[in-house]
Design a protein around this ligand. Structure first.
Ligand SMILES: Cc1cc2nc3c(=O)[nH]c(=O)nc-3n(C[C@H](O)[C@H](O)[C@H](O)COP(=O)(O)O)c2cc1C
Length: 470
């Protein structure tokens, strides 16, 4: 057994949710049978992604030995909605509300001295610090090796609050990364620094638990400190500490922290890279990060996220569902719950359950959803008796409650998601509203048939038939 493989066996630790970090999360997954250990050395070029793709939605994976690195790697740390709910300590149906509450009511973090912060225990020496990390290539046309789970931490120069975001980072040299930074808060923070001709200090965290990942995806209306959003999601306040070189506050229990600065005014070609629609995002000029130092916990583990895997979908889904739930409920009391479906990559398709909406209101709710989240493309309203977490139930509502000429509205050439390959090059997309609700007065022909006593029969009394010889 190699040293790296032995280290893997020690990785999952008990303690979730009393102590919440990646290791205790892996410990939790080990108790539910959702953690696989990949033995033997794997190739970072495609082989890591091949395992993650095969295990997607079923199991997290620890790669004890990735060729070219001494550091193990974790992927698929979130396999679906039940993992998000387990991490948040609530039911699947409660995740959106629970996340919205954390964004509305952030909680102060628990500062610790840097000397006590596990992540700053050791520094990778030498002038090729990125070379020590296991950094895979996932898809065949990806532009190269990418950090795909990197949580970029930056301080907002205007209000001092800490911003978190996940940005794909392409390795461009021993101490150089290229970052895709789409319009958002990080891009505004960077623009402000560049306006002043100054570099932007960043800390890049690898190896964090699902709650920190989720907090990085918050979409607050007003700027909030996203470390404090994470703190509010947790059982106890998030331990944080100050980075040694850059002016950034970081989670003290991350596995690895890369300190760096975004160089003002510099752009280099980045991409293509496999993205959430399961197609490639194009190459384009991107900001450049100079790496200053790489720190880690003793015997660290790094992390990767497979694009368009369940983890990518869930991290996008929950904060968007939280936003939409809050906004749609404010406007219409009939809104019960909603879901961004996995088939729509948890970005493009929304299904909303309504309780006895007034005639015509379903269309208002759906239009409002498009206004709140312009990336949405096909949006559907169903009655509250439809289980929106079941694709089969949603399709059944579409099959039995919709007449296209009556219930479908098409809105052409609106703003859409830039990564939808069917949209126009300037990012426009047609929208489709589908009203699958049935007015209360017309319910009779839609009544579901029922088998009386179905839930009472004794299933334990059923014997398995013995196999017959073929
Ligand atoms: C796995 C994953 C990868 C992502 N990659 C990127 C990326 O490369 N660039 C980007 O701008 N946003 C990316 N995002 C989305 C942002 O992290 C997210 O929208 C974040 O809230 C943006 O924060 P900001 O408004 O503070 O910039 C990614 C999200 C996930 C879950």
């Amino acid at each position: 057994m190699s040293a790296a493989t032995e280290a893997v066996c020690d990785l999952p630790e008990p303690g979730w949710p009393r102590r919440q970090d990646l290791r205790t999360w892996l410990g939790h997954l080990s108790t539910t049978g959702d953690l696989g250990i990949v033995r033997g050395t794997v190739d970072p070029q495609f082989e890591v992604a091949a395992y993650l793709s095969r295990l997607d939605g079923r199991s997290a994976a620890v790669f004890g030995s990735v060729a070219g690195s001494e550091i193990p790697l974790v992927g698929n740390a979130i396999c679906g909605r039940s993992h998000v709910a387990a991490a948040m300590g609530c039911s699947v149906e409660e995740t959106a509300d629970r996340f919205a509450e954390a964004v509305e009511r952030p909680r102060p973090c628990a500062p610790v001295d840097r000397e006590q912060a596990p992540v700053f225990a050791e520094r990778i020496a030498g002038d090729d610090p990125l070379g020590a990390l296991p950094i895979p290539v996932h898809h065949e046309d990806d532009a190269g090796r990418y950090l795909s789970s990197a949580v970029v931490v930056a301080r907002d120069p205007v209000n001092g609050a800490t911003n978190l975001s996940i940005n794909r980072l392409q390795v461009a040299g021993p101490a150089r990364l290229r970052a895709l930074i789409l319009p958002g808060r990080l891009s505004s923070i960077l623009a402000e620094r560049e306006r002043r001709g100054e570099p932007l200090d960043v800390a890049i965290c690898l190896g964090v638990d699902p709650l920190l990942m989720l907090a990085s995806q918050a979409r607050p209306l007003q700027p909030v400190d996203e470390l404090e959003v994470c703190s509010a999601l947790r059982a106890s306040p998030l331990p944080v500490t100050e980075a040694p070189t850059v002016d950034v506050t970081v989670p003290a229990n991350a596995e690895i922290v890369i300190e760096g600065r975004v160089l003002p005014g510099q752009r280099e070609q980045e991409g293509p890279f496999g993205e959430y629609p399961r197609t490639y995002g194009p190459a384009a000029p991107a900001p450049v990060i100079e790496v200053l130092a790489v720190w880690h916990r003793p015997s660290p583990v790094s992390q990767t996220i497979l694009s368009a895997g369940r983890e990518h979908f869930m991290l996008g889904a929950i904060p968007r569902e939280a936003d939409l739930t809050r906004a749609l409920r404010r406007a219409d009391r009939s809104v019960r719950r909603l879901r961004l479906t996995e088939g729509g990559s948890c970005r493009l398709h929304l299904v909303v359950a309504l309780e006895s909406p007034r005639p015509g209101r379903a269309r208002h709710v759906l239009l409002n959803a498009l206004a709140v989240n312009p990336v949405l493309k096909h949006v559907m309203a169903v009655d509250a008796d439809v289980d929106i977490f079941s694709d089969e139930e949603v399709e059944w509502a579409l099959a039995t409650r919709v007449q296209a000429g009556r219930d479908v509205v098409v809105l052409p050439a609106m703003a859409g998601g830039s990564l939808d390959p069917s949209g126009t090059p300037d990012g426009r997309s047609d929208k489709m509203l589908v009203d699958a609700t049935v007015p209360d007065a017309d319910l009779a022909p839609y009544r579901r048939m029922r088998v009386p006593g179905r839930d009472e029969v004794d299933m334990v009394a059923i014997e398995r038939a013995k196999p017959v010889d073929s």
